[in-house]
Write a protein that binds this ligand. Sequence first.
Ligand code: ADP
Ligand code: MG
Length: 689
Amino acid sequence: MPSLRLDTPVQYLKGIGERRADALRRLGIISAHDLLWHLPHRYIDASTVTPLARVRVGDDVACLGTVIAKGVLPTRRSLRIFHAVLRDSSGVLECSWPGQAFLDRSIEVGQTLLVAGPVRFYHGKQMAPREFVVLADPGTEYEGIAQGKVLPVYPATEGLSHKVIRTLINQHLDALVGLSSEILAPDIRRKFELPELPDALRAVHRPKSLAEAERGRRRLALDELVDLQLMLGRARHIARRGRVGIRFVIRRELTTRLKEALPWELTKDQVQALREITGDMTSSERMHRLLMGDVGTGKTVVALFAMLLAVENGYQTALMAPTELLAEQHVATLHRLLEPIGLGVVLVLGRQTAAEKATQRARLASGEAKIVVGTHALLQDAVAFQCLGLVVIDEQHRFGVDQRATLMGKGDAPDVLLLTATPIPRSLALTRYGDLDVSTLRERPPGRGAVRTVLRGATQRERVHEFVHEQCLAGRQAYVVLPVIDESEKTDLRAAATMAETLRAMWPDLTVGLVHGRLKAEERDATMQAFRTGHIQVLVATTVIEVGIDVPNASIMVIEHPERFGLAQLHQLRGRVGRGTEESQCVLLTTSAVPRRLKEFAATTDGFRIAELDLAERRQGDLLGERQSGVAEIRVARFPDDGDLLEQARALSQEILEKDPGLESKINQPLRRRAVERYPRAEVLFRVG
Ligand code: ADP
Ligand code: MG
């Protein structure tokens, strides 16, 4: 066998045959390096194991013992409880896992278990383990890996238990750590007070304490974020070099007239965002800014000021939205705001007739039309501008990178303002949108109806329906939302259709509509239109109504199976009501016990707070979302907890890139190699020189 290297395929490692190599591949482990970087996702603190006889009611302890009896006990309330009795040299302890009867299939008499959790009194002393690990199988001697230590628990897969993975990693750890070396220059490492990389790797796999494991993890998380920030920093550097833009001049013409004509004051956040945008637009660099704010925080108005600044400088401006409905809504808003100052807006949609399109296009090409709003239809080759100076893209994540670029390409280096109604914490924005500048709108304009969120159980369903019925008869409108999850799409769509049927039968005096993602766009738009004009009072819908629909008269939303939605998604949905002056209601109709997450959700309306809650509960892999941005590689860092690391990684990588923008010096080459390994896109970025 050749000598061990980090790129040695795992099947050549001792203890790993073809079968295990296959299973490891499912975990993304292909080389020795991958095995070393397969990190525990949690730990069990066995550094203070309590002898079973010394466990006291009220304690929260870790214990170790052999299973001497086990079984499932049904209870009166039809809750099935798994029980196991443990023994060590000092005595016995009963453990119970309510509602986890399935454990009966995996826990066996004779196994050695490590359990940790609270101890209470229930027909005697009993532990309800919060966690447990099988340390040894029946007949095998438990070798005391855990005693006096912290036990790592690894992500496992079918055919490869975390026990086996732990043994394998433990067996090869010293050799693998010996092959890895520090990657950051000594002065940087000292300045940021970081532990050495090999030490950190050892600490996460074989920690003496939880604190040590966490220190190690943070160093690895930082490295991961440094790679990302190096790539983004490089992208920014290159973009900026080529980013000579239009230098707009504040003329105080249209913008001032708009300000005077507005029926209300701008919020503090709006003023601040506008200041940032104006700063960008009047500088010689191109603006590349993201405006982030919950629905209803007033992004459109802010965008309009930017658009007018472009127009008063003799340029044209385009606002692109992901759906026809949203585009029409924007036109309506702009018309209303622009009417007093006598400016018109051109609308470009795919469904317009050829003649209509030709007229609009001619007006854009000649420069006669200054402001255009549209959908993807704006991207067509035939759409040309005389002098496009500012591009605004609403719900920017709904467009691909290419589509955004196409619209920008219709001008000569126009400024770009992106809008999103999915707020995320700043630390994360720095990463996900690393090559953009970010402005945020947090506060909502005053004077709009509040949304009250309430939780109701199955027994209150009838009362909820009565309430909806009454309100609709009194002139309000309501949404009834059902989840559609990919894997069970068919069943879910049927459930939505059934719901619509049920409500129609129950309320012959109301008109009930149905929209979901499988309907043809025209059909869906027609139904939405009927809802907007009040011809439909109750709209049964799947999450297709998430984005931007503005029906001020709709003041009730009932969400079925809210536990199946992510919190951010629930928040988006809830934003569809509370758009008029009426107080609005969002009713979460649960069928099971109410999880705490939903209670927290009901208690707050702050989108940024909800984004944080949402992040905390999502799988880390999904975290940075957008596969297209190539930023889905964050596995070790956790948000929002590691937000500070993100700032540190940014500072650190800026310092490195300032001295060596191409990472060409000898000392930085390993960094560059690692960044390129992790992000294929980095290869191009660092090649341009
Ligand atoms: P968003 O695009 O962020 O969802 P909009 O820009 O559509 O929000 O604004 C929502 C509503 O609030 C619009 O009807 C708008 O006219 C109104 N609005 C915006 N800013 C203010 C403000 N400062 N005071 C009062 N109403 C405002
Ligand atoms: Mg909007």
